[in-house]
Design a protein around this ligand. Sequence first.
Ligand SMILES: N[C@@H](CCC(=O)N[C@@H](CS)C(=O)NCC(=O)O)C(=O)O
Length: 294
Amino acid sequence: MKPCPLARVAQERRALTAGGANGMQHLQRGIGLMPSVTLYHWEPNANSGKPMLALMEKGVAFNSHYLDLLNFDQHKPEYLAINPQGTIPAMLHGERVLTESTAIMEYVDEAFEGPRLMPADAKDRWRVRWWMKLMDQWLGPSFSMIGWSVFVGPSVRSRDPQELEAAIERIPLPERRRAWRKAITGQFSTEEMEESRRRVALGIRMLEQELSQRPYLASNQYSLADINGFNLAYALPLSQPALSNDELTPNILRWLRAIYARPATRACWALGRTNLVKRVTILEQPHIGGGQAA
Ligand SMILES: N[C@@H](CCC(=O)N[C@@H](CS)C(=O)NCC(=O)O)C(=O)O
């Protein structure tokens, strides 16, 4: 008899999660119990960093399962059994499989005890969602295109071309296949890159303007919008020094430093394994700029 596909998925999941194949356990609440949460993630950065940081802010214990994006771990059958789209992150909570980083953050905030990461006021909650939508759909893809052209592509480009082609062929989503090809061959078009740079410059001005009005992005309280924003923007002073610095964008710098000073952020960034995480050290410099809501 053919095994039930669902049973096979459950079996593969157990194999992936058993003992945390590469996983560390982040036990903060529930010391001594096996965490019911497993997070599949890459670096604390962009989409992976969002649920990592949300879980850590809430103090939720989780098995950390690191997938090496540059080794194409996210397209291996074991992981495709969990997220057939082959993108990171994904989270297991008991038998539940959750994907989409922002939706996972909202789930984490609602499903677990710990400090609330959504403000109580309806207008502030609207602002959290407004910013998260802008970052996920408009700003994030542009940051990502620049990151893929300067980091991801160059990191893998020198590998055997046949192996790379075979790896690309295994990618389930056509749009991700296209992005990998362009990153590897350096073929993001001039127009695409210009549009990305335009969005980054405009996004920086929008962030500075918003953060001149209140301590955090969407309300006076730290929220999911800040977690989302930090994962997108933590390296800005390093990657865009002419556009984001203490003089031009004091509120962005104040905000990034305040988030980086949080114990959860430090703990989260300590999970990074590549040089990407080192970009955060620029935030260790003391805040010298003003900033209206400082
Ligand atoms: N909308 C998804 C996007 C996930 C996504 O594209 N993640 C990137 C990493 S930030 C990824 O998995 N890239 C791997 C690939 O394209 O092979 C989310 O927010 O979770």
